[in-house]
Design a protein around this ligand. Structure first.
Ligand code: HEC
Length: 134
């Protein structure tokens, strides 16, 4: 248990370091990459809840705050103090959602590829809370 925890902390620290150096991604590639998210997430003007919450306006949105979506406890608590998503935080989160929220996550996916994460985050960052491109 302790060993597993140490590993999680080390992994989080390592990804935080690379997040600090996050280069901008390619939004066109990110749009293609988003197909891997679209199984569970909608984005756009008509976005509705699927397996996960819509991702409209996710950069700058409070963690775990989409109204009507039933978040896991750890995700909800992570945003309870009003913390909003930054691109760097998303970069760390997507590599390992459970490690980022510090508990069980309802999002079962991990996306280790750094370029994939940069591209998809750059794509997401284009959308405002109404799902329109800024
Ligand atoms: C198999 C389904 C699934 C896939 C695929 C998936 N997610 Fe998720 N995602 C979820 C679920 C479920 C949650 C809610 C997590 C919780 O409540 O613990 C979530 C939560 C999130 C959140 C936090 C939302 C908030 O309101 O704070 C972000 C950001 C996110 N996902 C981004 C992505 C991105 C980007 C991709 C693709 C690269 C992706 N997800 C792929 C199911 C998925």
């Amino acid at each position: 248990m302790i060993k597993a925890l140490r590993f999680a902390v080390a992994a989080l620290a390592a990804s935080t370091v690379s997040a600090a150096a996050m280069d901008p991604g390619d939004p066109a590639k990110g749009e293609q990459d988003f197909k891997r998210c679209a199984v569970c997430h909608n984005i756009g003007p008509n976005a509705t809840i699927k397996v996960g919450p819509p991702l409209n306006g996710i950069v700058g949105r409070q963690i775990g705050s989409w109204e009507g979506y039933s978040y896991g406890k750890a995700t909800k608590e992570k945003g309870a103090d009003g913390t909003v998503w930054t691109e760097d935080m998303l970069f760390t989160y997507l590599a390992d959602p459970a490690a980022f929220v510090g508990g069980a996550s309802k999002m079962p996916m991990k996306f280790p590829d750094e370029q994939f994460r940069r591209d998809v985050i750059t794509y997401l960052a284009q959308f405002n809370i109404d799902g329109e491109k800024k």
